[in-house]
Ligand binder design. Structure first.
Ligand code: GUN
Length: 288
């Protein structure tokens, strides 16, 4: 059997169209345009691409965006002052600091400086706590996108065995909270887990978010499982050197899984789509 592929580009396009319509309506009814401010520190090539894509997505959906780029050696106080300025600007609805930050930054302090009601990444401690309590203000974009994909594909969640590989604050941990809230039985695996395949083979829903190219192979997957690949890795050798691949070995996995997301064209576009959704939601809250 060959797995059905979940098309993240198609689902994203559908949702972004709805978001653009809502943004246009808000402009007409209230004279307000949703606005996202993106801060990038340094010259990490992957971060530059992500930020460029986020700004382009805003433009295409009719959102306003502010892009602020700093050199890698910028003083943290400069960035904190910019965040304070954006916090105080009522025309800005979302603020995002692209991660990772250079080593001389206290990343946690930077994330805590963002006003929680503009924290469209959902990384502020207050918003992490709200998610954990089952009352989220902003759902972190990548796990939010994964939940939308599962919903669109009508993947049964209640009582399902969900296994997440990776325990990051950005994906693994919030993913666990969201699946738990939908009554999955959740297991979170990580680099120290003993016998990873034992866990992954039990998964009805397997989410790979470790950042290691093709580490989940077909023999680690339960037949018919839903496999969500959050990894974005650049292959550094072999015939596909330079090309993107996920944490899942797509070729072997698609022969076993029931549903699978590709890389690229799977979770990636959904992350930016949900960032727009959170920004719109933030703007809507200011109208109430
Ligand atoms: N770096 C990798 N993923 C993300 C994300 O979702 N948000 C931010 N701010 N930085 C990231």
């Amino acid at each position: 059997m060959t797995a059905r592929i979940i098309d993240g580009n198609a689902l994203s396009a559908k949702i972004r169209e709805l978001l653009a319509t809502s943004a246009a309506g808000m402009k007409v009814s209230h004279g307000v345009t949703p606005c996202l401010a993106v801060i990038l520190v340094g010259e990490d090539p992957a971060s530059q691409v992500y930020v460029r894509n986020k700004v382009a997505a805003c433009e295409k959906a009719g959102f306003r965006s502010i892009k602020q780029v700093y050199p890698p050696n910028v003083e943290p106080v400069t960035v904190l002052a910019k965040i304070a300025e954006l916090n105080a600007d009522p025309s800005v609805h979302g603020i995002l600091v692209q991660l990772p930050l250079p080593k001389h930054f206290d990343a946690e302090a930077v994330l805590e400086a963002i006003a929680p009601e503009k924290d469209v990444d959902g990384f502020h401690a207050e918003n992490v706590g709200a998610l954990m309590q089952g009352n989220p203000r902003f759902i972190p974009c990548t796990p939010y996108g994964v939940m939308k994909m599962l919903e669109a594909e009508k993947v049964p969640l209640k009582g399902a065995e969900a296994v997440i590989v990776g325990r990051s604050n950005i994906v693994g941990k919030p993913m666990a909270m969201l699946l738990l809230a939908q009554s999955c039985t959740v297991t979170v695996c990580h680099s120290q887990s003993k016998d990873l395949a034992f866990h992954t083979r039990r998964a009805d829903i397997l989410v790979a978010a470790v950042g290691r190219a093709k580490m989940i192979t077909g023999d680690m997957i339960k037949p018919g499982a839903t496999v969500i690949d959050v990894g974005i890795n650049r292959q550094d050798s072999g015939p596909n050197a330079g090309k993107l691949c996920g944490d899942v070995d797509f070729e072997s996995a698609k022969e076993v899984a029931g549903l699978i997301t590709p890389v690229p064209g799977g979770v990636g576009p959904m992350t930016i789509t949900m960032l727009l959704a959170n920004t719109l939601e933030s703007a809507e809250r200011t109208l109430k």
